[in-house]
Design a protein around this ligand. Sequence first.
Ligand code: AHR
Length: 654
Amino acid sequence: MKNYKTLLAVLAAGAALTSAQAQAVRELTVDASKPQKGIAVQPTMYGIFFEDINYGADGGLYAEMVKNRSFEFPQKFMGWDTFGKVELRTDNPAFDRNPTYVRLSWPGHRERRTGLQNEGFFGMAVKKGAAYDFSTWARVPADGGQGEKKIRVELVNTHNDVIASQEVAINGSQWAKVTATLTPSQDMQGGKLRLFYLSDGAVDLDHISLFPADTWKGRPGGMRKDLVQALSDLKPGVFRFPGGCIVEGIDLASRYQWKNSVGPVENRPLNENRWNYTFAHRNSPDYYQTYGLGFFEYFQLAEDIGAEPLPILNCGLACQYQTNNETGWVPLDELQPYIDDALDLIEFANGDASTEWGKVRADMGHPEPFGLKFVGIGNEQWGKVYPERLELFVKAIREAYPDIQIVGSSGPQASGEDFDYLWPEMKRLKVDLVDEHYYRPADWFLNNARRYDDYDRKGPKVFAGEYACHAQTPNSFESALCEAAFMTGLERNADVVPMATYAPLFAHVDGWQWRPDLIWFDNLRSVRSINYYVQQLYSYNKGTNVLKLTENKQTLAGEGGLYASAVYDAAEEAFIVKIANVSDQAQPLKITFKGQKQFSKGTVTLLHADDQQIVNTLDAPGNVLPQTGVAYAEGNVYETTLGAKTFAVYKFVK
Ligand code: AHR
């Protein structure tokens, strides 16, 4: 084993030796004597939080390209332009829960045209030569004339050039699905899907849909491949869905109802998306939930990416920011349907095909149970209206499913009156985990790395269910470094915090309501934020056991600008140290692994930027990326200089 402290040139980023030499060496000790005896790191660390905010589902992860495909938006033609004879109807619909459809009729002259065109989400984007699956449900109405009818389906670019075209035949008076594959001759941004009616008489159309054929796992009508890949590449321990505030709705009517999100997609009733109107300065009047991504798809996604599913359900309260009065509080004696929704969901996920809801899952193509272990009741609730409802859920779930772990809420703030009231209530109700949320500035994150050091070890565990550093520039390196520093405190306190999920997850660059976000995208591309790489570094290096890391016998959480934690990975027999240096000074380090003699190999991964406000963008996705090189320890001692404003992960294998 060589004893040099050589690193690749790139790894010296920020390590100005002149200033480092002026600094005293920071001597850190990792107690590596009985590594497997350290606190167990839970497999649920580190996870992801999914919500249909920022066009995260419709217009994002859900690869459907047609907006308002079922004509159920309150403005029935929102997203559509019509020409010629186009009429909305609801008689004898194809789908009883989405009854509106369009009738296209002969325009009365061979030179006139009937049809409609859809603008997609912020315009449609396609790739030259790729296949796109068009489908619609169609029939010839009783008074629509004899024989076969035809429509022409086209992709049209911003110059009004047709870049793909197919004719589709419609026969018969019964609703049936017709399909075509469109293969564009050019790339296109901001284009449209256009349909012409080509026959005499009339046809009825509903659920007009267009998907890329190349979805995640090639599933027809599936998810965007690049976005799921980004999730999969995080190796997340837990997947929380479907929110967030959309669980609550701005009123009870618009709450997320999971039972509406399963079964055939065509008949999943449309719901408002509360992010449609939450922020007037980010107005999004065309934001609705088709539930095309529903609970089955979320469970399946969790399974695909190897994460524990964590559904959050409405507790009988609408979002208290919008409706905090009797109209948004389900009376206690009317709460049973909400409780039944929770019990039925557990059956949907885990019951066999002989059960009512297990059969629904099996009929959707997943006879095996999903193995649900956790369920959250309520999102950001507060006041006594919450525990008095939660108590009834806890009682019913404990009775029916004693092994399911229940997540309660500590409200929208990470401190203060509501938080102080709810935590004792969560203990009284004996929930298993308490969801804490903190969207806070950089100094909060830096000052809270010891937040969990003194938490009660006997009460419920903490689910850090929504957090992000809201620094000067959203998703800047500065914000990512603060999160990395703070997360040493999550890692050190793995016995208290077994789950943590950054939030929100996704944002469309043309449609966001909230930032920062972990992953940004447009209609074809996506970019992983610098914050994403912090999450990934923690996830890939989470280890199995926490090791005590000290400087002068004290844990290190900000002293002299350093934040540090350490873990052992039993499978790899690796000792992993994470250090965030938030100071302006490079810091010479001497790390001693007490109880070990020597290592066979070592690596160092650094995340650094000179410009604290830099971000990764769609055009420059690699502005800041982790850089990995070799690290050499001398015996059980590793000496290096950690650059200013740098997050480092050092890993030494026995
Ligand atoms: O993540 C965005 C929102 O922040 C969530 O919907 C909500 O729970 C929180 O207020």
